[in-house]
Design a binder for this molecule. Structure first.
Ligand code: GAL
Length: 388
């Protein structure tokens, strides 16, 4: 991990220059919490309130994003409106509520005719996709006060004959034309290696299919990020999908790994669970300021997989101030001791102060190796700071 980082070339691209998503976006999104039919303006308002009440805004959670199934249809001018029963106050009022909490507001849209819920959840409202109406929809969103758009492919190639690069560019240009700063996150599930082409189109792009609240899903996604680090950097991020913390049967160790590895990967951090019900221990994981500090480090360098010995892994990334973040990840079902040489994580010879980021405490100084015990499915995170 020398001074040169292939992600650097993105610094000159249009998104790197628009000042948006200089660090990976953080916030809450409705999908992993309520899915389609449980989505109401009340759920969204409460999420915004809880982000503030539970101290999450303070550590950087900022965007409150309404995912699929908010749509109620189009009026006689073709303008989108929300479901009148579940969103009786309307989207502009909801955006105001979110802005009133000092947060930013986002919505979901699709490039074809149908949203994913039309395909997969039997969502009955039709003609809500943006095909042929990109400018109109982008302007509607801007008028409401939208700050973030999640633009989701679904099956727009099969059903509408769209080309994904052209379709994602069409909405990028429509958003730009509004002159409102709107973070643009796209998703085509990593199917056509978007890391190779999306850096000049969007601020973030999904790299995988949907995450589930299980260890197999979380660990499977982590493993598929190795090698993608060279495509990510400030203003243009790989997105391994939203957090499932608080959902399903993930153990505490697995939730630490989920959040800790997303931080190592410079991933967008979107909570998707009932924040009022989040146990204190889990809140401590998602709001750990030092772990979030790794995610949000201004260099924006996604971690590389440096070693893998039978599922005992070492990941590392360079940070500002010549520091290095190291993750010792145990993907096996047994307790283990994981060790790495400092040169293997890119640390020039010298003495380093090792900070344990979960404990928020200094371990000791280290000189040649870093070694720690790691429980099954758990991760230990360290920040190595050169001692002068
Ligand atoms: C999927 C997408 C999910 C969610 C869902 C809504 O395609 O990956 O994150 O947005 O559609 O229907």
């Amino acid at each position: 991990m020398g001074d040169e980082h292939p992600g650097d070339h993105y610094r000159g691209h249009p998104h790197g220059d628009d000042g948006l998503a200089g660090t990976p976006p953080m916030g809450w999104n409705s999908w992993n919490q309520v899915g389609c039919y449980g989505l109401t303006e009340g759920v969204v308002r409460e999420a915004a309130d809880e982000i503030v009440a539970r101290g999450l805004a303070e550590v950087g959670y900022e965007y409150v994003v309404v995912d699929d199934c908010w749509q109620g249809g189009r009026d006689e001018d073709g303008v989108l409106f929300p479901d009148p029963e579940r969103f009786p106050s309307g989207m502009a009022a909801l955006a105001d509520h979110v802005h009133g909490r000092g947060l930013r507001f986002g919505v979901y849209a699709v490039p074809g005719r149908e949203t994913c819920a039309n395909f997969y959840d039997g969502y009955p409202v039709r003609d809500i996709g943006s095909i042929g109406r990109e400018r109109l929809d982008a302007q509607t969103f801007a008028d409401w006060g939208v700050d973030y758009l999640k633009y989701d492919w679904c099956r727009a190639d099969e059903t509408d004959g769209l080309d994904r690069v052209e379709a994602f560019i069409a909405m990028r240009d429509a958003l730009r034309a509004t002159e409102r700063p709107i973070v643009y996150g796209i998703s085509e599930y990593g199917d056509r290696e978007p890391w190779r082409w999306a850096g000049s189109i969007a601020h973030l792009w999904r790299t995988t299919h949907d995450i589930r609240a299980s260890w197999e899903s979380v660990n499977g996604i982590i493993q598929r990020q190795a090698g993608l680090e060279r495509f990510s950097g400030p203003g243009a991020w790989n997105d391994p999908d939203m957090l499932q913390v608080g959902n399903g049967a993930l153990t505490t160790a697995e939730q630490r790994t989920h959040v800790g590895m997303w931080a190592m990967l410079a991933a967008p951090l979107f909570l998707g669970t009932d924040l009022a019900a989040l146990p204190g221990e889990v809140l401590g994981i998602v709001a750990n300021p030092e772990v979030i500090g790794v995610d949000q480090d201004p260099l924006g360098r996604q971690a590389s997989l440096v070693a893998d010995r039978g599922g005992l892994q070492v990941w590392a990334r360079a940070l500002t101030e010549e520091a290095i973040a190291v993750a010792l990840l145990n993907t096996t079902d047994q307790h283990a001791v994981i060790s790495t040489g400092l040169t293997d994580v890119g640390a020039p010879a010298g003495t380093y102060l090792a900070r344990d980021l979960w404990a928020q405490d200094y371990l000791s100084t280290v000189e040649t190796d870093l070694t720690a015990e790691v429980g099954p499915h758990d991760v230990r995170l360290f920040r190595l700071l050169p001692v002068r």
